[in-house]
Design a protein. Sequence first.
Length: 344
Amino acid sequence: MDDGWDFADPVDILPKLPNNFQELIASKKWQERKEALEGFLALATENIKLDPKANYGETVDTLSKILSKDANINVCAVAAKCITQLAKGLRSKFGPYAATFVPVIFEKFKEKKALLRDPLIEAIDAIYPTTTFDAICDPIAEALGKPNPNIKIQTNQFLYRVFKTLNAQTAPKKVVKTLTPLIAKCTGESDPEAQAQEEEAAKKAAAQQAAGSSQPAESSLSEATTQSTASSIAAPAAAAVEPDPWDFADPVDILPKLPEKFEETVASKKWQERKEVLEVLLQLATDNIKLDPKANYGEIVATLTKILSKDANINVCAAAAKCITQLAKGLRSKFAPHVPSVIE
C-alpha cells in the first residue's frame, strides 16, 4: 500500500534540531535526554522522507551510544524509536548505518520489559529492508550464540518473520547455510520460551531449504544444511568446493527400521517415551544421509507436524523439529511436497 514516501519531498531535519541538541542528550538528567530525543523523533516522524544527502553520521553514533550505554530504559526506548524513523525515512540510504545498529539491538534484547522490547522489535524490522540478509548474518549468528534466553527468543522471532518473506529464489545461500545449523543447535536449549521460538525458526528454515533444493546448484538452498558442524560454518568456501557425500550415498528407506510400535509410542502419555522413539527416528535419519525418495514419508511428516503443533512437552517438540530437519536434509527436493503441511 502506498505510504506517500515516493511522492514526498526529502527533508533535512538536522538544521531543525536545537543548537544544544548534543548537549541535551548528554545531560545528567534523564528527562532532558528523553525530551531531546523526543524532539528528534517528532521531526523524523513528521517528515516521512528524509534527505539522503544530509550527514546523519553523528546522529547515528549518538543513538547507537545511547541505546548501548544509557542506563535509563525510557531514554533507550525513545532512541530505538528514533532509529526506526530514521530507517523508514531514509530507506535504502540507511543501509550503511545498519551494521552499527543491528548488533546493539540484538544485545539490548536481553531487556524483557515491553517498554524497550517493543521499540527494539520495530527498529530491527524497519532496518532489515534497508540492508541485505548477508550484511547482517554475522551479528545474527553471534546473537544466536548468546547465553541470554531473551536475546535468543527475539532473534529467532526476527528470523521467523524474515523467513516468511523469503522463497527459494530470494533466500540467500550464505545466510541459510550459516544460520540453519545454529538454529537447529539451539533447539536443545533448556529455556522453554526460547526453545519454542527456535523450533519455529528451525522448522521454517528446514522447509525453505527443502523447497529450494530443486533449484540449480548455484541457487540451491539445500546446500545450506549439508554441513552442520562448526567447521563448516567457519569455512563455507572450503565446503562449497568439496564433493557432496550426499550425491554419492546410496538412498536408504529408514521406515522399515523404525520400532514396530512407533506410532503407538509417539502417542504415549509418557513424554519420555515419546521423546525416546523420536530420537530413534532422528538417529536413523542422521546415520543415513540420503533417504530413499520412493518411500512414503507422508504419515511420518504428518505425525511430526502434529507433535510440533500440539504436544505440550518442549523436549518432545524439540526432538520432532530435529527430525523434520533431518528428513529435509535426507530427501532434499523430494521433501518439497511436505513443505505446505510443515509451515502452515
